[in-house]
Design a protein around this ligand. Sequence first.
Ligand code: ZN
Length: 312
Amino acid sequence: MKDITTLLHAILKRCRQMIPLACCCWMGCDDSARGRFTVVATTSLIGDAVQNIVQEHAEVITLMGPGVDPHAYKATQQDVKHLLNADIVFYNGLHLEGKMADILHKLSKKRPVYAAGEAITPAQQLVDPNFSIGIDPHIWFDVCLWKQVVQYISDQLQAADPGAAAYYQENTAHYLQQLDELHQETVQAIQQIPAAQRVLITAHDAFGYFGRAYDMEVRGLQGISTVSECGLKDVTDLVKFIIQRKIKAIFLETSVPERPLQAVVEGCRKSGYQVAVGGYLYSDALGQAGTPEGTYHGMVQANVQTIVNALK
Ligand SMILES: [Zn+2]
């Protein structure tokens, strides 16, 4: 008798395990079918902002991983599926995701789709006449502007998922405080570099907002977007500038090929000037998940440390 009871219990337990599985497969096994609020973000930076707000409450799907260049990124079929299944979508905007503009525009007719760039005012935008829309999209490098972006994303999430609004607001307030500290830390760290050496030379012009916020002159070899190629004249002009200004180091970027900047190092060497490679900066993508650089906070700290170590 005891054996039959045990067997019945085992069968019932097994059924209970299988019923949700059957439902899930029948409904297509996606997150929306399970009822979990699903947020899709284009870049790893936007994904990190969302993750800090929703924590474990919602599913966050980030389309572009570490080392991926958003200027050149094209949506895959899997991305399109994720976008269509999302409850809400966030992207950077200001033409950062240049090759995804069409798909995001079409999607905005079916789903709530928000651009982080909407969080900053025209007066806060950096203008660059050489870029297609004339506005620099790399807004995350001014921590104060990024705070505005975090608040903007949080407001949209609270409206779209009202049941969790209080929780999202609490997480946002806590995270904004951490970003305040990060901003102060960055201001102080950059002051360690002698004023004449406060020049940041990188592969592409991603650091304009960083330069404005933290008092550094910024030069990129390639312009605001990586899609435009740099020419020989860009290389020779930068070589001249480095030698004239006695710049100690220039910086590679994790999401941009090294070769053009190596040509600058070589050009300096041929003219008898030794410029160091100060290391890699994270520009348009975070580092590997699970490392400090895999978060916005850790990425900014790592960049600042690399810059200060090479130029001070
Ligand atoms: Zn960029």
